[in-house]
Each structure stands twice: as C-alpha cells, then as structure tokens.
Ligand binder design. Structure first.
Ligand code: PHB
Length: 400
C-alpha cells in the first residue's frame, strides 16, 4: 500500500511497526540493516530555476551532505527527498506546499528561499503541524506573529541581517543615504531594519527605491542616484540579481564616488561573477567564507568535494538544516510519531555551524553573530563583528 493513501495515525503505526520489525536495524548504521527501515520523507521546497536557482541548489546539496556525512540517515532511517521547484514564486507557494504536506504527507518540510513563499508555507504548516525548517527565507513574521512550535529557522530574520548596519554607516560618516531593493517582503524588511537603527542615530534615507521582483533593469535608478549625490547607497539584492546590480553600479561610474553597502547577500556566492565590480563593498551577514574555525574549513572542503562548487551562506544554512533534523531524529531514534520530543530536542539544540556556534531563540530563530565584511581581492573578508549574538526581537511571537 502506498504510504500516502493511508491516514496519518495509521501511517505512524505502520512506520513504528516497520521500525520494530526491522529490530536492531534502527540503531545499527550498517547499509544492510538500514535498507530494512522505513524511509523518512523530507519535503524540499526550493527554487531550482530563476534568479534564486543557485541558492536553492546550494541549500539542497549541503543539507544532503550533512545527512550523508552521518551515514545517510535521520535517526537511523534512510531519507527520501521529495523536491519541488518553488520557482521563488509566491503565487504558486500554497499549491506547492500542499503538494508536499497534504499530497506527499512528508514527515518534515524544508525551504524556501523567498520570503513571500515562506509566508504562504508558514500559514499552511501552522495548521497542519508539519515540522518545518526554514533554510533561507528571512520573512520576519515567520518567527514573529506567525511563529509556531513546529516552525524552526536555521537562516536569519531579514531584520537580523541589516539592523547592525545603521550605526556602522554613520560611524563612517554616511548621513544621507539612498536605499534600493526589490519590492517584496525581504527587501522591505531589510531596508526597514536598516532604517530603524540608521534614523534612530541621526541618519536620513533621502530616497527609498523599489524595483519589482525579479526585475534587473537598474539603469534609470542608477542615473537618479547619481543626481541625488547621497553619501552612500544601502541595498539588498541576491543571486543573479545581485550579480547584475553590482556590475551595473560599477559600470554606471558610481562605485568610486558613492560607496555601496548592503546585507551580505549582495556579495555572497556571487563574487566570481561580479569580479572587480564588487571590490570594496561592505556588508553585514551571519557568515563569511573565510571565517577561521575548524568546522568551516572542514565543511568548505567537503562541499567542494561533493559538488565541485564553493560553499556560501546558503550552503551553510542547508548544512545546518540537515544537522538540526538529525539532532531531532536522533533524540527519538527515528520515531517520527514522537513529534513533541523531536521539537523539544530541536529547540534546545546548539549547532556547531561553519558560521560559529549558535542556539535558537524562544521564537526558534538563530541567535547569532553578525559579521562586518568587506570585499578584498575577490573575498568577503571579515573586518569585525557588527553585532554579537543578535536575536530577532520576535515581536508578536507568543511561544514561551
Ligand atoms: C528572502 O526572500 O527572504 C531572501 C531571498 C534571498 C536572500 C535573502 C533573503 O539572499
């Protein structure tokens, strides 16, 4: 009988029975024994096409790497990955989430990249109760008013990545700034977080420019920036859009006269394609390639070996998603029916991440260091810690 045609309760009994029938198989990570344990279904909703495609691939591959490094199982059970291309399209997000949660009846759900997709996904899993790990999207609401016991995030809130930049830019003497970003939740919330700390300390955003997502037609706005002559520009773009924006900014001749700042997504995973145009850009982010810790070094080598690509912040978030799921499933020895215990274990986890050790807030969002980075010789060099152990304010989250 196909698993998806039976009720959740029946299915739990079936899986427990299968695990029991496999006996020691659940506990002994030998290939022969594992073959007998029922598979854990892991739903993955990420973009594999469009401007965020590279992000989706790095998150997926690093998550699988983390699980494979531990024998390819979650709590002793092999994993079936059920992947859906989100296309970073919020209008398809509810249908795509339902495909996995209701149609495939996945045991766990991970993803997405896009904040708009995350909001639709969070609305559904709050009702369905599926244990969900958000592996990129920073939509503040996910760990604020929409927070839930079954929703975790291994990445960041949009607020976290930009709040530390206000005082930093003022310290550098930039008081009049133009902001430019895509016009959707991530861009709006990142600029909002920057504005919060920038304006409170005496800075002024003279113009807030918004570009429809995922458009990359920047020319008219770059001309306007030149005429406004701000002290600096603050921005959020990512993936293919970030490559184009940084190159266009330099080509418009603005790079030397008006310094460019942003959340670190502007220069993460993008530097080889941006080349000299990215030199000198200063950003804030919860990761940098060159972080000098043994976990990061080992991870970067393993990711390169597995994919032939360089790791970036997205890969780190995918890797930590795999680790968090493993942590929860190891605590219950693979019993997906023991949801409360899985969630309790995940909530209490300390992850020894390539970004540095981090824990989860009451809203189940990382409490993490935000690094100050500057692009030097094609590398995001860490030039300081912009904010130590930063927690999102979690306004409106009622989880105690
Ligand atoms: C988001 O939509 O939340 C988002 C997308 C790409 C990023 C960061 C945030 O790099």
């Amino acid at each position: 009988m196909p698993i998806k045609s039976i009720s959740a309760a029946t299915r739990r009994r079936f899986l427990k029975g299968a695990a029991a029938a496999a006996g020691a198989a659940v506990f002994i990570p030998a290939p022969f024994a594992i073959g007998q344990a029922a598979k854990v279904k892991l739903g993955v909703l990420l973009p594999y096409s469009g401007t965020y495609a590279a992000l989706g691939h790095n998150i997926t591959d690093a998550m699988i790497l983390a699980i494979n490094e531990a024998g390819g199982t979650l709590g002793g059970r092999p994993v079936e990955y059920v992947k859906v291309d989100s296309e970073a399209d919020p209008s398809k997000a509810a249908a795509n989430t339902n495909k996995l949660v209701v149609g495939e009846k996945v045991d766990f759900l991970t993803g997405p990249v896009h904040s708009g997709v995350a909001m639709a996904m969070a609305k559904i899993v709050r009702e369905e109760g599926t244990i969900t790990v958000v592996s990129n999207a920073g939509a503040d609401a996910v760990t604020r008013e929409m927070c839930a016991a079954n929703i975790f995030r291994t990445s960041f809130s949009n607020w976290q990545t930009c709040f530390p930049m206000g005082p930093e830019m003022l310290k550098r003497g930039h008081k009049r700034v133009v902001s430019i970003t895509w016009n959707y939740a991530a861009g709006q919330e990142m600029i909002g977080a920057f504005r919060e700390s920038f304006a409170a300390n005496g800075g002024t955003i003279v113009k807030e420019m918004l570009v429809p997502f995922p458009n990359v037609e920047f020319q008219a706005l770059l001309t306007e920036i030149a005429s406004l002559k701000p002290d600096a520009v603050f921005s959020f773009f990512a993936g293919g859009g970030a490559v184009k924006f940084v190159k266009d900014y330099a080509a418009a001749g603005l790079k030397t006269s008006i310094p460019l700042f942003g959340s670190g997504f502007l220069t993460d995973g993008t530097l080889p394609a941006q080349g000299a145009a990215a030199e000198g850009i200063v950003t804030t982010l919860h990761y940098a390639d060159s972080l000098d810790n043994p976990v990061n070094k080992k991870f970067r080598e393993a990711f390169k070996k597995a994919t032939n690509r360089d790791a970036d912040v997205y890969a780190v978030q995918g890797y930590d998603t795999g680790k968090l799921l493993m942590h929860g499933m190891t605590a219950v020895k693979g019993d997906t029916g023991a949801k409360k215990e899985i969630m309790a274990a995940m909530r209490g986890a300390t992850l020894d991440s390539p970004r540095g050790k981090f824990t989860f807030s009451k809203a189940q969002n990382p409490v993490q260091d935000i690094y100050l980075r500057e692009v030097k010789n094609g590398d995001n060099v860490v030039i300081g810690v912009a904010h130590k152990a930063l927690a999102d304010p979690a306004r409106g989250c009622t989880l105690a």
